[in-house]
Write a new protein. Structure first.
Length: 501
């Protein structure tokens, strides 16, 4: 977007752009979200920034009226596969808090100096400033949503000291932490300082069908899913966690609430980031639906299901195991196989009803061959991948792009283009993946054809007309296939993946 497109957006107070850019006003020294209800400033006084960190570095403070930090994030970090987009995915996952700038730079394959130059040029702020802005956002969320002690909030948000926490909050929000907490009615957490409940912002519309997607794939003891809630255990860098996300479509605002039952406070930023990725809460559904709805094959599905989301991944290594287990078999069969494999997982340190285990780590999976059933070569392929992840020979994650992910995964025995595409969709949030050889995709196309939703002779079979949102087209096709209640046509499953002897 150029300057005047953004200026028209703030003049219209368009909520669709909240979180996608920030408006700084020189005459007031503050920065706002695009939908701020204050009077539209003169264009000559306005500077637009890609990130709140860039506005901080330029000397602006957050608006107390519109609270620009209390918005969904930008979908750009999934759309962009450049260094800046990859870096932001890792920063949001807390890599700088855990490993510092050097650790972030190493993962991306750059020196820290070069990375700082790239991010400053692309986003207007260096990695430390971007991480600091994320800490301020997490701190604000905890201050206004929980009854946690201020010291606990400081360390949960990723600050190294209470003093640094106090100084950052005062600088960014022009208020002390106590004063910021007084601006909202806090909810007192139950069950100790690590049990808390937070409201998750998102752009409307929101299709709760993502809960059903997760529910039919839920592994007993590790996950519990319903059409409006999802709970599970999760292994994080400093320990295991347990959380629940629930959707209340009848409540004013259609609340999406995260309840954290247990977590090491140092892992809280990573947990928040991963839950947002799991439910695709930073997506721009109006932009996605606007493109998909033009395609005659998808128009009825988009009208019936606005705001469809693409499920992310809470753990990249876990997702690869699940993808490999699920190759060329039905969802129900994959769930059965994963349930058998789950017996190798460690007990949860904070169990709850229906949640008592963790998904097996790569090392536990590599040692669990006796729990797996199926063709010998498929089992060997899975065990080989798990062993490679366990000993560090195979490394991939949120900081990859499609090319580096393909380079890491395709040489593995038993991994083909379908698996790479599926992992890219869910781990990277890649929005433009089309799984052409997927049996459910083909059945979904047939289901839409039977409903009279044909694209005509000119429509491309790979849905290139709806690029860069073909991953969301895939979600609609999967939904159509499930609704058709037809068994997968085994003759149209992908060709057998390459398996080394």
């Amino acid at each position: 977007m150029d300057f005047w497109q953004r200026y028209r957006a703030i003049d219209a107070r368009d909520t669709r752009f909240d979180g996608q850019f920030f408006t700084a006003v020189r005459s007031t020294g503050i920065y706002c979200r695009p939908s701020c209800p204050a009077r539209t400033p003169k264009a000559s006084n306005v500077t637009f920034y890609e990130t709140s960190a860039a506005a901080h570095d330029a000397g602006y403070r957050a608006c107390k009226r519109c609270l620009p930090e209390a918005v969904p994030g930008t979908p750009a970090w999934n759309i962009r596969q450049d260094v800046a987009g990859r870096a932001m995915r890792l920063i949001n996952d807390g890599v700088i808090n855990r490993d510092g700038v050097e650790g972030l730079a190493t993962r991306l394959g750059y020196s820290s100096r070069q990375l700082n130059r790239i991010l400053t040029q692309e986003l207007g702020a260096g990695p430390l400033s971007l991480a600091r802005a994320g800490r301020a956002q997490t701190a604000r969320t905890l201050l206004v949503s929980t009854g946690m002690k201020l010291a606990d909030i400081a360390f949960a948000a990723g600050f190294s000291s209470v003093r640094q926490f106090n100084e950052t909050v005062a600088e960014v929000f022009a208020m002390t932490p106590s004063a910021l907490r007084a601006t909202a009615r806090p909810g007192t957490a139950a069950g100790g300082t690590t049990a808390l409940s937070l409201s998750l912002p998102y752009r409307r519309p929101f299709d709760p069908g993502i809960f059903s997607f997760l529910a039919v794939r839920a592994i007993p003891g590790i996950e519990v899913g319903t059409p409006t809630s999802y709970a599970r255990t999760l292994r994080l860098p400093h320990g295991d966690a347990r959380f629940t996300v629930a959707y209340d479509g009848d409540a004013r605002g259609r609340l999406l609430t995260l309840t954290v039952g247990a977590v090491d406070l140092r892992d809280l930023p990573a947990l928040l980031s991963r839950v947002r990725r799991l439910f695709d809460l930073d997506a721009d559904p109006e932009a996605i639906d606007g493109t998909l709805g033009v395609d005659r094959r998808l128009s009825a599905a988009v009208a019936e299901t606005p705001g469809i989301r693409m499920p992310g991944a809470l753990d990249p290594q876990e997702l690869l195991v699940r993808a490999m287990v699920g190759q060329q078999i039905t969802v129900a069969a994959a769930r059965t196989a994963l349930t058998q494999l789950s017996a190798a997982g460690s007990p949860s340190s904070s169990p709850a009803e229906g949640l008592d285990r963790l998904f097996p780590s790569p090392a536990e999976t590599a040692a669990a061959g006796h729990l797996l059933r199926g063709p010998r070569r498929r089992i060997e392929s899975l065990l080989n991948a798990a062993s490679a992840m366990a000993d560090g020979r195979l490394q991939f994650g949120y900081g990859d792009d499609l090319a580096s992910l393909s380079a890491a995964l395709l040489p593995l025995p038993g991994v083909g283009p379908w698996t790479v595409g599926y992992v890219a969709m869910r781990v990277l949030g890649a929005p433009d993946i089309f799984l052409a050889n997927d049996a459910a995709v083909r059945n979904g196309i047939r289901a839409l054809d039977r409903g009279g939703n044909t694209g005509g002779g000119a429509a491309a079979p790979d849905f290139r007309e709806v690029s860069p949102w073909r991953s969301y087209a895939t979600m609609h096709l999967w939904r159509a296939a499930a609704k058709s209640q037809q068994p997968i046509d085994k003759r149209e499953t992908p060709a057998p993946v390459k398996v080394m002897p």
